[in-house]
Design a protein around this ligand. Structure first.
Ligand SMILES: Cc1cc2nc3c(=O)[nH]c(=O)nc-3n(C[C@H](O)[C@H](O)[C@H](O)COP(=O)(O)OP(=O)(O)OC[C@H]3O[C@@H](n4cnc5c(N)ncnc54)[C@H](O)[C@@H]3O)c2cc1C
Length: 447
């Protein structure tokens, strides 16, 4: 009899493993359960759908259930896996009010995450939306249209909150963003986050930092600073892993209750794998377990899980938390450790900030950009980088991510043969300028 892989979750963490698994085991039977209405979609595109830059929800789907079915995958939409019986090697599934069981030889959990919903009065009122799936996006858009939402409150200043603030501003709404911490984007150092906040304000978003949200009414958000009228509230407080099923079945959970996996994406039970926002990763610089919910990570972890399920040997080394975003006209990117994270991880570090331009200073369209390096004091090794700037600035973070992965020190980065022509950068690329500044700082401190 053919072996069977059961996949729970229809987005990259689950579906991204299937082709690799079947390449290794062509006879593998695959059943994929998705409780929503979509498979393989780009949640990352939701802000651009809301902004009106993407014309329909369907454009965000890269592979429909029928496209999977055409390759022989038994995709069951509107089917929710409600329990895992690891001893019997079965999953319990609910569909249309009926519950049934299905057996597996291999199980892959790609259950994703959910927007954090604080336990505040009124959190369950209909105006409060979290955004994670296309179904969430459909609900949000329907509500925005029906309520003619012209006042939108964003609660939380992570990148999803910020992208949604931009999106609703582009739709013509008055947008207020409230963040409890003293800065937006907690994944950046405060000085870099301040540049992002300035960009939001320039774009017309009313930003309140250091301000606690206390509850929600049908037409308002109640904050420590007063009542903000709102037709719609979008939560941008971060993502928590959907790990309840795993936890209830006895699978080991790790940091922030994410499913514990090893470097091969194996959970604590034989033949059970996990990938994507539901599970944890290892940070490549600090070595610590982290939960970083990004599509880039989900796709890579799923590929590794699929290779292993298919009988090959593959490992996922870990993450740097490399992330990029466009907030209004400003690009933002980060990788590795921030100053505070470096300190928490026990590194003695220093930081260098340089101001450059995105293109040669004389070239039309040249804009300013700020690059920050976090550097290990003793060795000069790059630990982290952050970029905030105009068009064309943020993708340079990839060079920094490569440098960190390779363990390069700033004296080695200075010599990297990076490309130059006036429409793209100055003759010294901003990454090289930052490395030179860091090197100078090290030399001066040693004198
Ligand atoms: C607005 C927004 C913007 C983003 N932008 C970016 C970006 O620019 N770059 C980036 O790298 N990442 C971005 N992300 C993050 C990225 O979308 C996620 O990291 C990625 O989708 C995770 O994939 P996943 O398969 O692990 O989880 P999900 O995409 O959450 O998919 C999990 C699926 O499992 C289903 N499911 C869960 N439990 C069950 C169950 N018990 N039974 C059946 N089905 C179940 C869910 O319905 C869901 O469809 C963004 C996310 C959002 C919300």
């Amino acid at each position: 009899m053919a072996e069977r892989l059961v996949v729970v979750g229809g987005d990259p963490g689950g579906m991204g493993a299937i082709s690799q698994a079947r390449r290794g085991k062509p006879d593998l039977e695959v059943i994929a359960f998705e409780r929503g209405r979509w498979t393989s979609y780009s949640a990352c595109g939701i802000p651009y759908l809301v902004a009106g830059q993407v014309e329909s929800l369907e454009r965000l789907v890269s592979r429909s259930p029928d496209e999977f079915r055409a390759t022989g995958v038994d995709v069951r939409m509107g089917h929710e896996v409600t329990a895992l019986d690891l001893d019997a090697r079965q999953v319990e599934v609910r569909h249309d009010g009926r519950t049934y069981r299905e057996g597996f030889d291999y199980l892959l959990l790609g259950t994703g995450g959910h927007p954090i919903r604080p336990d505040l009065p009124g959190i369950d009122r209909p105006l409060v939306h979290g955004v994670q799936t296309l179904d969430d996006a459909a609900d949000l858009l329907l509500h925005a249209e029906q309520a003619h939402a012209s006042r939108v409150a964003i609660v939380g200043g992570g990148y999803i909150g910020l992208e949604m603030a931009e999106a609703f501003t582009m739709r013509g709404a008055d947008v207020t963003l409230t963040e409890q911490a003293p800065q937006v984007m907690g994944t950046l150092d405060p000085d870099m986050a301040a540049l992002v906040q300035e960009a939001l304000v320039r774009f017309g978003v009313e930003v309140h930092v250091g301000c606690e949200v206390e509850g929600f009414e049908d037409d308002a958000v109640i904050t420590a600073a007063g009542r903000q009228e709102a037709d719609l509230v979008v939560l941008g407080l971060g993502v928590a892993p959907n790990s309840a099923l795993a936890g209830q079945s006895g699978l080991e959970l790790g940091v922030r209750e994410a499913i514990r996996v090893d470097r091969r994406q194996r959970t604590s039970a034989e033949g059970v794998w996990a990938a994507g926002d539901c599970c944890e990763s290892t940070h490549l610089v600090s070595g610590e377990k982290v939960h970083i919910a990004l599509g880039t990570v989900a796709n890579k972890q799923a590929r590794v899980a699929g290779l292993n399920i298919g009988g090959r040997y593959a490992t996922f080394p870990g993450v740097l938390g490399t992330a990029i975003s466009k907030i209004c006209a400003t690009e933002v990117a980060r990788t590795g450790l921030t100053t505070a994270e470096a300190e928490r991880a026990g590194f003695a570090s220093f930081a260098t900030v340089v101001e450059t331009t995105t293109r040669a200073g004389y070239f039309p369209g040249s804009e300013s950009m700020t690059t920050k390096f976090v550097v290990e004091a003793r060795t000069g090794r790059l630990l982290g980088a952050q970029i905030v700037g105009g068009s064309g600035s943020a993708k340079r973070i990839d060079a920094c991510a490569v440098a960190i992965s390779a363990g390069l020190a700033v004296d080695e980065i200075v010599d990297l043969d990076l490309a130059y022509a006036p429409p793209f950068s100055g003759v010294w690329d901003p990454v090289l300028v930052a490395a030179r500044a860091a090197l100078r700082q090290m030399e001066e401190e040693r004198r």
